[in-house]
Design a protein around this ligand. Structure first.
Ligand code: PMP
Length: 431
């Protein structure tokens, strides 16, 4: 197949005319499609409806150890929930504190505590002239919103196919005491679907940061969110690896059941070393008398154990796989070899990242919007919303129906082609 760069001006103009006709047809049809946020579809949410039946007014709400879940108490979360979430993220229940309904909220709280009270006896960050976080890019916009909110400077670190560029990470953290943390989505990353390689995780665990209070914010949001039964990515468990490397306190691991049960009504947790947990509990016992144990119990009674959860995730995968595969197949059929951008076919998670030609992302997203397809704003996967090359577009295939997604993908591809052709024509007339 000939790329747009190889095509003559005449050929490009002809293709452009045909694409514009197709675009106009879609634009006139008054579509309203949303590929912007990583939300499960209603069909996925239906998978967890039985959870509403596991507890009722006749149910015994006592835990295995006799704790009455209807009452105050148990700051860390009920033991059976710790076991379930521990199995989910491959950590011992003793290393876990169960929080409320949102892992993002735990991350916010963790940054907030470090700001006001410092990390394990070190100077509170608010008393320092400068605090910096490393931000692998593209990344999760809400991570960057937290750091921006606290006035923390964000430094971009490029993502490679193996995870963040560890040469850069090692170099920066070893030199600069103001760098206090790095945001990581290590499995099926948001938005590229990349899983960090074994070597990347091992290098993380062996970092030698200049800051004694440096922490890895390991957001394992998509740990069990595989699309395939056999062809799955594996991630080395970071807590054990840090311990092995003599850095047991260097990591906070976050997780939730948001995209397993109900987003916003799931169960979230942090896993960390015993030393870190002692410090976290000191704050937690002031902040709350305990989180929602009834919801914890509901989750445990519904999933029963990790095998139940794995079975449940297979049902999610059956719904999601056709959506991801349709998009990747469309890209391969329509865009492969055209020189219009690149993408990675993820094996799990919630997103596909499309890398357009430099300077094209904003125009593609704007064009799609005019034809009725809402995408995540270009730039969102970067700190301060600024994509230095204006090239990354995050695609969220999960929420729309497959039929709607097909139309949205067709429109997206037309927009990619049109904007790329315009760019190539521009550069041809400039040269
Ligand atoms: N981390 C990542 C990487 C996410 O993509 C999301 C959801 N979009 C969250 C955290 C939010 O999780 P929660 O609902 O547990 O706050």
């Amino acid at each position: 197949m000939q790329s747009y760069q190889e095509m003559s001006r005449e050929e490009l103009l002809k293709e452009k005319t045909a694409l514009e006709a197709a675009y106009r047809k879609y634009a006139k049809s008054g579509l309203k499609l949303d590929m912007s946020r990583g939300k499960p579809s209603a069909e996925q949410l239906d998978l967890s409806m039985e959870m509403m039946n596991v507890l009722n007014s006749n149910t015994d709400l006592s835990c295995e150890d006799g704790t009455d879940c209807r009452n105050y108490g148990v700051l860390d979360g009920i033991q059976e929930a710790k076991v379930l979430l521990g199995d989910m993220i491959e950590c011992h229940p003793d290393n876990i504190i169960i929080y409320g309904n949102s892992s993002l909220n735990i991350m916010y709280d963790t940054v907030s505590r470090s700001m006001t009270h410092g990390v394990m006896g070190n100077t509170p960050w608010c008393k320092l002239d400068k605090v910096k976080f490393l931000c692998p890019v593209p990344g999760y916009d809400r991570h960057f919103s937290i750091t921006e909110y606290f006035g923390i400077e964000m430094i971009n670190v490029p993502m490679l196919s193996t995870g963040p560029d560890m040469d850069i990470v090692e170099d920066l953290v070893s030199k600069d005491e103001a760098i206090k943390a790095i945001w990581c989505v290590p499995k099926y990353s948001n938005p590229q679907g990349i899983t960090y390689s074994d070597e990347t995780v091992r290098r993380f665990a062996r970092l030698k940061p200049a800051a004694r209070d440096f922490r890895i914010y390991w957001d394992n949001a998509y740990g069990v969110h595989h699309l395939y039964d056999i062809d799955q990515d594996n991630l080395v468990e970071i807590l054990a690896e840090c311990k092995r490397a003599g850095n047991p306190d260097m990591v906070y691991k976050f997780c939730s059941t948001s995209k397993i049960s109900f987003p916003g009504s799931g169960v979230a947790a942090i896993a960390a070393s015993a030393n870190n947990l002692v410090e976290i509990r000191k704050q937690l016992q002031i902040a709350t008398i305990g989180h929602d144990k009834v919801n914890q119990l509901r989750h445990v009674r519904f999933f029963k154990d990790i095998y139940g959860m794995t079975e449940h995730m297979r049902k999610h995968a059956d719904i999601l796989r056709p959506k991801f595969e349709m998009i990747i197949e469309t890209f391969e059929r329509e865009l492969e070899g055209k020189g219009a951008g690149t993408w990675i076919a993820p094996k799990g998670g919630y997103f596909i990242a499309f890398e357009a030609l430099e300077g094209c992302a904003k125009s593609i997203v704007a064009k799609a919007k005019k034809a009725g397809v809402t995408m995540t704003p270009a730039g969102a996967p970067y700190p301060y919303g600024k994509d230095p090359t204006d090239s990354t577009i995050r695609i969220a295939p999960t929420y729309p129906t497959l039929d709607d997604l097909k139309i949205a993908t067709d429109i997206f591809v037309i927009c990619v082609k049109l904007v790329t052709i315009e760019k190539v024509l521009e550069s041809k007339s400039a040269s």
